[in-house]
Ligand binder design. Structure first.
Ligand code: IPM
Ligand code: MG
Length: 360
């Protein structure tokens, strides 16, 4: 089969990690007889430099027409890049938000798995890690604080800023359904995370989630307040299967979840909508401080490409192959600097990509 992939290297370490993910995809293509056709698309700071905006209409259309989108990272140094001296809606991150909205990708899936080989890179105590953990954060991606109206103005002589958090029942129900569907294929537990003791939007979230749960009697639903959840993730991560939450809470909790897997450089993500077209990106940022120095960990991007094979192309066998290639390389003791520990072999970004492609 032929698959058309829009690739967005983006800023900072983006181009390096994307290059390694393409190596691995090409190895899969060769082995299983698929052809992956890549169309490079500009987004973020590089797009601002070239076109004046973080995502052009044409770039968005290219993504819409492709079978899926693979993204590195966007954004730069606030002080140095010059990309932050312009209006907020023209900054690099606005490109990413416009892409998510333009592709209608309301479900962001971020799996947090502790690989046995990385136990020593996990900052949690051994008795807390126990038998390890394997959970997934399902984050609503096109609503909430990120997309509500916002304004800054002077009120009574004081500069005053407002952001609004809006959810309607339809938006909550469709992301809840995603979470229940995914839980069905896992350990059948959904923990819905909110701030229902304070926020109206959370109280509606809780109600609607309970209504949707009636269609999934085989899946257990629990609720948890977000502050407690932040604590439980580092107290007993093994208790979670699927964490379902709104946009902003999901942004924060998924960074926390990534850290306990050993490094934010390990956490893949998939953003999905109603169709097969998805956006696949590592959960980490563009790390401008290490860009171009062959230090970045490409594994989160490689694992995001594996999610693309699984969710957008239904190539489960191929996705399994990528994941097991990553495990094999880790088992052999190869590490990038962020996950390095004693007795292992330190490798750069490109060598890590070669090793994983080699295992495929
Ligand atoms: C993420 C990132 C983005 C977000 C930023 C870059 C806008 O932190 O994908 O988690 O907040 O969604
Ligand atoms: Mg984030």
């Amino acid at each position: 089969m032929e698959y058309n992939i829009a690739v967005i290297p983006g800023d900072g370490i983006g181009p390096e990690i994307i290059r390694e993910a393409r190596k691995v995809l090409n190895a899969i293509g060769k082995k299983y007889g698929h052809s992956f056709k890549y169309t490079e698309v500009l987004m973020g700071g590089v797009s601002i430099d070239a076109t004046g905006v973080p995502l052009t209409e044409e770039a968005l259309r290219t993504c819409q027409r492709s079978d899926s989108v693979l993204l590195g990272a966007v954004g730069g140094d606030v002080g140095k890049s010059g990309w932050y001296d312009i209006a907020p809606n023209l900054r690099p991150e606005a490109g990413l938000l416009a892409l998510r909205k333009g592709l209608r990708l309301f479900a962001n899936i971020r799996p947090a798995i502790l690989f046995d080989e990385l136990k020593s890179a996990c900052p949690l105590r051994e008795d807390i890690i126990g038998d390890g953990f394997d959970f997934v954060v399902i984050r609503e991606l096109t609503g909430g604080l990120y997309f509500g109206d916002r304004w800054t103005k002077e009120i009574d002589g004081l500069r005053t800023a407002t952001d609004t958090l809006v959810y309607n029942e339809k938006e909550i129900a469709r992301i809840a359904r995603q979470a229940f569907e995914i839980a069905r294929k896992r350990r059948k537990k959904v923990c819905s995370v909110d701030k229902a003791n304070v926020l109206d939007s959370s109280r509606l979230w809780r109600q609607v989630t309970k209504e949707v749960a009636k269609d999934y009697p085989d899946v257990e639903l629990t609720d948890m307040l977000v502050d407690n959840c932040a604590m439980q993730i580092v107290r007993n991560p093994g208790q979670f299967d699927v964490i379902l939450t709104e946009n902003m809470f999901g942004d924060i909790l998924s960074d926390e979840a990534s850290m306990i897997t050993g490094s934010i450089g390990m956490l893949a993500s998939a953003s999905l909508g109603e169709t097969k077209l998805g956006l696949y990106e590592p959960s980490h940022g563009s790390a401008p401080d290490i860009a171009g120095r062959n230090k970045a960990n490409p594994i989160a991007t490689v694992l995001s490409a594996a999610m693309m094979l699984r969710y957008s192309f239904d190539l489960d066998k191929e996705a399994d192959m990528v994941e097991s290639a990553v495990k094999k390389v880790l088992k052999k003791g190869y590490r990038t600097i962020d996950i390095m520990s004693g007795g292992c072999t330190l490798v750069g970004t490109d060598e890590m990509g070669d090793l994983i492609a080699g295992e495929v």
